[in-house]
Design a binder for this molecule. Sequence first.
Ligand code: MG
Length: 217
Amino acid sequence: MTEILDLSHIRLGDRPLIVCDVDDVVLHFVAPFQDFLRGEGYQLLPRSFRLTGNIVSIATEAALEQTDVRRLIEAFFEAQENWQVPFDLVIQTLEGLSSEADIVFLTAMPSRYREQRRRLLDRVGLAFPLIASDEEPKGLIMRRLHADRPLPSVFIDDMAHQLQSVRDHLPQSLLLHMMPDSPLHVLAPKPAEDIVRATDWPHAAALIRAHIQPKAA
Ligand SMILES: [Mg+2]
C-alpha cells in the first residue's frame, strides 16, 4: 500500500524554495557510518557504490547479508545523534539563505527515525522543516510542494537518481550536486553533465543566489 506522503506541515511563503537532501549534503553520513561499523566489528570496503556486499567482518572478511546491512543502517539512524555532524559552513550558509528563500529538508532516511533527526537538526541550529520521503521519488514530492508557483526553486542532493527525478518532474528547478569526497561517492553514478557540482556550501550559496535573486532590468 502506497500512502501519499503528508506535506501539510510545510508552509511556504511567497518566495523562492530551496529543497535540500540531508545525508552526505547537510550531515555527514558515510564517514561516521564507517566509524560506527568499525565499532561493531565491520568495515566498509569501497569496491562499488552500494552497501550490501561491501560491508565485511573485520575478523573473517565475510560480507554481510542484506538483512544484516539493513539492521546496521537502522541502528546507525537510531543512534544518529551520537554520530552525525554537519558539514563545514552549512549552518551559516542556510541561515543566510533563509532570509531570501524557504528552506525544506527532504531526506530519504526511513521516516521512523524522524524524531532523532529532528532533534539533531534542531540541536545544531537547523530548524528548517523536514520531510522523510521514504520510497517516494523526490521529484514527485518537490512537484507537489512547488507546483506551478512562478518562483525560482533549487534542489540539492548527492544522488544522481534524485537529481534526475527532480529534473523529470520540475525541470525549471536549479539542480545542484553536492557530495563528500568519500571513496564510496567516487564510485557513484554521475549526474547528467549539465548538473553543476557545488564543491562546498559557500560555492552552493553563490550558485543559488545567482539563480534566485531577481535579475536587474
Ligand atoms: Mg544524501
